[in-house]
Every structure is written in C-alpha cells, then in structure tokens.
Design a protein around this ligand. Structure first.
Ligand code: COA
Length: 189
C-alpha cells in the first residue's frame, strides 16, 4: 500500500551496522570497496522504500569516494536518510562510519547520495509522498540535492558534447603530456 501522506525525514531514517569479517577483505587485508557499495545500496533501499511505501530501484549513485580504508574487525555503521523527493524519485544521503571497537575510534569513510525510483504494482515509476522538512539542516540538504541534480544535467550534456566531438575527430594533440604511447603501425590518427 502506498501511503501518499507527507512524511518526515525521521520517519524513514535507517541505520545498518555490519561487522567486517575476513571474507570481505582484499589481498591487502582491507575491506573491498564493493562490500561497502553493496551495503550502501542496501541501506538506501531500506530507507527509500520505507518513505515510498513501495518497492524502489537504484538509478544512480553519486560521490563514492573512499576517504579511508576499512579494516577487518571494524564495525561499519551506515546512516541513511531521505534528503530529497521528486515525483517518483528520492535521494538518500548515506554516511558511512567505521568504528574500531578496541581503540574506541570512529572514522568517516564515505558520504554518498543514492537516487532511487519508486515503482508501483505495474512496475512503472509511481509518486512518492512529499517530504516534511523540520530543520535548517534538512532544508539545506534538500536544496543541495536540487543543485546536484542541475549540475549533473549540465555534466551529462558536456560529456555528450565531448563524446560527439571525439567521434568526429581524434586530435592527437590532446594526448600530449599524457602517459600513453601511440602504436602508429596499428592505426593512424
Ligand atoms: C529508473 C527507471 C524506472 C526510470 O525510467 P524512465 O522511463 O526514465 O522514467 P522517467 O523518465 O519517468 O523517470 C522517473 C524518475 O527517475 C529519474 N531518473 C531517471 N534517470 C535518472 C538518473 N540517471 N539519475 C537520477 N534520476 C533519474 C527521473 O528524473 C524521474 O524522477 P521524478 O519522477 O522524481 O521526476 C528505469 O530507468 C529503470 O527501471 N532503470 C533500472 C533500475 C534498476 O533496475 N536498478 C537496479 C540496478 S540493476
């Protein structure tokens, strides 16, 4: 059932805590980035679907910068909240914090934004409830999300222009100073 009544940010706030076990580690002994991405997706889904009261799908993940390595034995806390709603889309902000329980230290490893879209029983995007903003911080995050959406639109347009430009001609001069070698026997520019 989709409850169309507006909901507060706190209604769907979600935290997942996961212990970093040895099978999550890479050969360097640190936690695989993919494990954290999977947890980010999971907590974003839980948070978005609670707000939407519907099944949601992941459309886009922004700013996945791993700021610090996460160690085996750490407790990873993923704190998610809805920061923006459109018609059928929601943006979930996620803070990822790694806790070393022995030393009692916390370190911030990620701050990501996941865009999810709510789907109805017909598998089509469906309207989500409005978001009730109850603090300056929530207003700030909502406005930031609008700005990010506009910037992403500009970015996509610019990438399209560059791709089209490079499809028409491949100026060799652009490679000057780059760490690559042209094997001119194989092709010509
Ligand atoms: C997400 C999806 C439903 C969008 O379908 P669509 O036909 O483009 O639908 P619409 O154009 O009506 O867009 C629906 C919403 O998605 C948003 N959206 C679509 N693509 C987006 C993108 N790349 N980034 C952010 N938002 C996006 C639109 O802005 C719109 O938001 P609004 O309703 O709040 O205005 C469709 O692309 C899909 O099903 N993708 C696969 C998702 C999935 O399976 N994810 C799991 C990964 S395997």
């Amino acid at each position: 059932m989709n409850n169309a009544k507006a909901k507060s940010v706190s209604y769907s706030k979600t935290t997942i805590t996961e212990l970093m076990i040895p099978s999550y580690a890479n050969f360097g002994g640190k936690i695989h980035g993919g494990i954290l991405l999977s947890l980010i997706d999971k907590v974003a889904y839980a948070c978005a679907s609670k707000h939407a009261a519907n099944y949601c799908v992941t459309v886009s993940v922004d700013n996945v910068d791993f700021l610090e390595p996460v160690e085996v034995g750490d407790l990873v806390h993923l704190k998610a909240s809805v920061v923006y709603v459109g018609n059928s889309s929601l943006v979930v902000g996620i803070n990822v914090i790694a806790e070393n329980v022995k030393e009692g230290t916390l370190k911030k490893t990620n701050n990501s934004y996941v865009t999810m879209v709510a789907k109805g029983d017909d598998d089509k995007p469906t309207k989500v409830p409005e978001l009730i903003l109850e603090s300056q911080e929530e207003v700030r995050l909502f406005l930031e999300a609008i700005k990010r959406k506009e910037l992403k639109k500009d970015y996509r347009q610019k990438v399209k222009e560059v791709t089209n430009m490079l499809a028409e001609s491949t100026p060799k001069a652009l490679l000057e100073g780059e760490r690559c070698k042209l094997d001119l026997k194989k092709f010509s520019l």
